[in-house]
Design a protein around this ligand. Structure first.
Ligand code: BTN
Length: 326
């Protein structure tokens, strides 16, 4: 995509690039370059054009749009096939459809707004336009279905790392909520199409409250956004590219063993439940204990009051903090 390539070059140069240089780099005419520059300006990019010097990028709008994302992605396979939609029902549904039609591993569906955003346990995910990130990554891991369940923790780790790089003290509420100041900023919904021992595909859907300022009353007590915590807005495409980069690296590590052994120290460090009292809502019986960390399979280790250690599997139970949300 020429637009993304020109944008990338302008951004990386940080200086003037002559029209001639852009023409020869991309093998297009001066008129074609001029048209792309105008298109970018129409989208809200501030590009200075000076005679005998060329073009210089001054600022970019906060858009979740193909050129803006593609020009910032430094990944290999992840995000290589980018599907950007101004609005949609749910990016998880779109990614599953793309998967059924044969889309490759790494396909990334991104949108600015969801009309039917889906959360875990059949809940809805509030997805207003113009402020947040909603994306789904498609994977085709050659592992067993129970191993793929850990991918949701791998994504949580990637998001937490990217958010921490913004200077925010993000932690993880097991298995995959990203939390700031005791409130949720990100949720992850992983879905899979598999047979008993063979995975067709996995989609990891992630919603991040980035620049949202107001929240509906029903979620206001437990939800926050990066902007609310940081006191200033965050560029969404930059953050998304950073998350996909962190995920690609973590996925490579994870896929060497198809368990969390090598990612365990990083995850434990960010795990907010550690050494906190938790109530485990197990269908087989509710119990209380103290969370002690996770194991290599991503299960939460809960110490019961009698001192025994129980490994709790995310797919079966829900864990609540006894004092507040975490
Ligand atoms: C949760 O309940 O915590 C999980 C929320 C997951 C929301 C994301 S937004 C992008 C993707 N598309 C969806 O419909 N849901 C996920």
């Amino acid at each position: 995509m020429k637009k993304a390539e020109i944008l990338k070059l302008l951004r990386e140069s940080g200086d003037y690039l002559s029209g001639q240089e852009l023409c020869s780099r991309f093998g297009v005419s001066r008129t074609a370059v001029w048209k792309i520059i105008n298109q970018l300006k129409d989208e809200g990019y501030e590009i200075e054009a000076v005679q005998n010097k060329g073009y210089r990028l001054q600022s970019s709008p906060d858009l979740l749009e193909e050129g803006e994302i593609a020009s910032r992605l430094g990944t290999g396979r992840m995000g290589n096939n980018l599907i950007c939609l101004p609005s949609t029902g749910s990016t998880n549904v779109d990614a599953k459809k793309a998967a059924e039609e044969g889309a490759a591993e790494g396909t990334l569906v991104v949108t600015d707004c969801q009309e039917a955003g889906r959360g875990r346990r059949g809940r809805a995910w509030s997805s207003p336009a113009g402020c947040n990130i909603y994306f789904t990554l498609l994977l085709r891991p050659p592992c067993r279905p129970e191993q793929a369940c850990m991918l949701t923790l791998v994504m949580a780790l990637a998001v937490a790392k990217a958010v921490r790089e913004l200077g925010l003290d993000a932690g993880i509420k097991w298995p995959n909520d990203i939390v700031l100041s005791g409130k949720k900023v990100c949720g992850i919904l992983t879905e899979m199409s598999a047979e008993t021992d063979y995975i067709h595909y996995v989609v990891i859907g992630t919603g991040i409250n980035v620049n949202q300022e107001e929240f509906p009353e029903e979620i206001g007590k437990t939800a926050t956004s990066l902007k609310r915590e940081k006191g200033e807005g965050v560029a969404r495409a930059t953050l998304l590219a950073s998350i996909i980069g962190h995920f690609e690296r973590a996925y490579e590590v994870f896929s060497a063993s198809w368990d969390l052994r090598s990612l365990l120290p990083a995850y434990q460090e960010l795990l907010l439940n550690k050494d906190r009292p938790v109530r485990v809502l197990d269908p087989g019986g509710e119990f209380q204990g103290t969370a002690r960390g996770i194991n290599e399979s991503g299960e939460l280790l809960v110490e019961r009051e009698d001192g025994t250690l129980e490994a709790v599997y995310a797919g079966e139970v829900s864990v609540r903090g006894i004092y507040g949300y975490v």
